[in-house]
Design a protein around this ligand. Structure first.
Ligand code: NAD
Length: 319
């Protein structure tokens, strides 16, 4: 592929900034839009143009007119605090549904080539089938999941009616050293930092809830492959490992890596979070040739190392 013009919304956040870096390194012309409501300016890579802007604002048209036309619009901006949205779903709906509609409208009006939407396992809710395939019913149990499902449906609508081909990538729980502590994957950061400072990690619930943990570099790779290989005008893929891991297993592994003897503490479960999640990755493997390359053991070791730990010979985490 030759160099692309890419717009990444949410490019000052955890996944968006990793993606922006990968595109800059590939030689693409990258523009980033982020309101910095959760992201950090210093995460935007050198070489990317930065616009401090809300994706729902009228000013977005100017970015499309000035920096475009874009070959790829990668819409990673979203509010993703499941717990906060349970108390007040309004801001979440505004950013994630109306904000997405504004990005879609601009992308279609300014003749963008391709639209990438990061969806979520949250749209499946408590799925009856695990590993959950893309054909499972959409049944979110949280306002965040509802907002991602609604936005995904709008993306499909634009792909079919407004000549804006696109893709929904339904991520599992994405983790890595720079995950924000407010997010679900950020709990890995929190556990790590507590262990390294000699404090006990706190698990909300009994720790037997499960997640499909996918390392951020693998998610970036799935995004890159989508641009090249995904069928047009519309496709949906799980981006997950197919491996179901309990939070207890993750915390035990982090304890081993950090060499901490601190005892795990338990607190009441938080509402709105699914009990079990693991996603089927057959479709993305068969159609895009994507498979995760970073094992959980390796990924957790990288997080610990990023916070100054020196993980050595740890056991691999079990389910
Ligand atoms: N991290 C995960 O485990 C995970 C799982 C499934 C889906 N996703 C999706 O991936 C995307 C990126 O997630 P992340 O983990 O990098 O989150 P993040 O919070 O680190 O990044 C999101 C970015 O969007 C920006 N933003 C939020 N609302 C905005 C608005 N209205 N206008 C402009 N910028 C705005 C924030 O400032 C932040 O920089 C989100 O769409 C999220 O829903 C993430």
């Amino acid at each position: 592929m030759s160099a692309l013009r890419v717009l990444i919304t949410g490019g000052a956040g955890f996944i968006g900034s990793a993606l922006a870096r990968a595109h800059v390194e590939r030689g693409d012309r990258v523009s980033v839009v982020d309101s910095l409501v959760a992201g950090r300016r210093e995460q935007v890579p050198q070489g990317a143009r930065f616009h401090c802007l809300d994706v729902g604002s009228a000013g977005l048209d100017k970015v499309f007119a000035g920096d475009g036309p874009f070959d790829v619009v990668s819409h990673h901006a979203a509010l993703k605090d499941v717990r906060r949205a349970l108390i007040d779903p309004g801001p979440d709906a505004e950013a994630n549904i109306l904000g997405t509609l504004n990005v879609l409208r601009c992308a279609a009006d300014h003749h963008s080539g391709y639209f990438i939407f990061p969806s979520s396992a949250a749209i499946y809710g408590e799925a009856a089938v695990r590993p959950t395939p893309e054909t499972a019913p959409i049944a979110p149990i949280s306002p965040y999941g509802i907002s991602k499902a609604a936005a995904e449906l709008y993306c499909a609508f634009f792909a079919r009616t407004r000549a804006l081909p696109g893709i929904a990538l339904r991520y599992g729980t994405v983790y890595g050293p720079t995950a924000s502590e407010e997010s679900e994957a950020g709990s890995i950061t929190i556990f790590t930092r507590r262990f390294l400072s000699g404090r006990a990690p706190i698990i909300f619930g009994d720790g037997e809830q499960t997640r499909d943990l996918v390392y951020v570099d693998d998610v970036v790779q799935a995004n890159m492959l989508a641009v090249e290989r995904a069928p047009r005008p519309w496709a949906v893929y799980n981006v997950a490992t197919g491996v179901e891991t309990t939070i207890n297993a993750v915390v035990r592994q982090l304890g081993a890596y950090t060499g901490s003897a601190a005892e795990i503490q338990y607190a009441g479960a938080k509402p709105g979070e699914v009990r079990k999640n693991v996603q089927d990755r057959t479709r993305i493997r068969q159609e895009l040739g994507w498979a995760p390359e970073v094992s959980l053991a390796d990924g957790l070791a990288r997080v610990v190392a990023a916070y100054g730990g020196t993980p050595a010979c740890p056991p691999a985490p079990g389910g």
